[in-house]
Design a protein around this ligand. Structure first.
Ligand code: ZN
Length: 271
């Protein structure tokens, strides 16, 4: 991969965890390389290896840069990327998401997992290498499945219902689909069956893969499925779900934003 050199006019997205440091949100404005150094007096003595190339945006190279939250940076200027669903275009949202994912990985791979010595960033390879033992690591991606479970409405069988659940401990009031992480040794379809059984007590059949979506909060890949209800009574896993029920198009609860795979799958199956 050819990596552009950061120049003064390059945009940068300094970040801390899943938060982005932005010049303004409405309209979205990112800091240029020169501004980051002069406005925040960060004196990062930018070495090329500090900047993570994310791609092109508005004909300029876009870089991520790790910036600690400290007294030189106003915390108000950090924005949670998730809160920008509606104000960012698709392309921009996923580029910034890639930055969140990579910066998270950089922060968590500073030392070799095998021998404990510091690692070195290799931008060309997109990897980190340990100078002491030669071990290389690449950004981790954690796959998870999400499934739209359907059944015919018992009172009106031509109408399709979908199972939607409100998750415990979340501040949002959205109703979403049943989702969970893959475990070692599982196929994605096996994860679908296990997660649905564990969280709802239901059995499913005719599992069908639909599409996937990166979900960089901080490092997930969502694999989207549909499945049909095959049996069982709804018994919620209490520490995961607050409420779940069958919904049809005319009585849908509040759904997650358009950009989410949960929303896409729900709208796909509800006819
Ligand atoms: Zn090592």
């Amino acid at each position: 991969m050819t990596i552009p050199q950061p120049s003064l006019s390059s945009f940068v997205v300094p970040a801390d965890g899943s938060f982005l440091l932005m010049k303004s949100v409405e309209p979205v404005q990112l800091y240029t390389l020169g501004e980051v150094d002069s406005v925040f007096a960060l004196r990062l003595s930018p070495q090329l290896s500090d900047y993570i190339y994310l791609g092109q945006w508005e004909h300029q190279p876009l870089f991520g840069l790790m910036v600690p939250k400290n007294e030189t940076v106003d915390p108000e200027q950090f924005v949670n990327l998730r809160s920008l669903f509606d104000s960012l275009g698709n392309e921009m949202f996923w580029l910034l998401g890639k930055g969140i994912h990579l910066i998270h990985w950089h922060q968590n791979s500073r030392y070799c997992g095998r021998c404990g010595n510091p690692t070195e960033w290799n931008p060309k390879e997109g990897s980190k290498t340990c100078a002491a033992c030669g071990s290389s690591t690449y950004p981790r991606i954690s796959p998870a499945v999400i499934t739209a479970i359907t059944r015919p409405d018992p009172r009106s069988p031509t109408i399709t219902q979908v199972l939607l659940a409100k998750h415990k401990g979340r501040t949002t009031k959205f109703y979403g689909l049943i989702a969970g992480f893959m475990e070692p040794g599982e196929s994605a379809e096996q994860t679908v069956v296990r997660e649905i059984r564990e969280e709802t007590g239901l059995e499913v059949k005719n599992i069908r893969y639909i599409k996937s979506q990166a979900w960089p909060f901080p490092e997930n890949l969502m694999l989207g499925f549909t499945a049909e209800y095959a049996g069982g009574t709804l018994v919620l896993q209490e520490d995961e779900l607050e409420h779940a029920d069958w919904f049809s198009r005319d009585n849908l609860p509040l759904l997650p934003p358009n950009i989410s795979l949960s929303r896409y799958l729900t709208e796909l199956v509800i006819k």
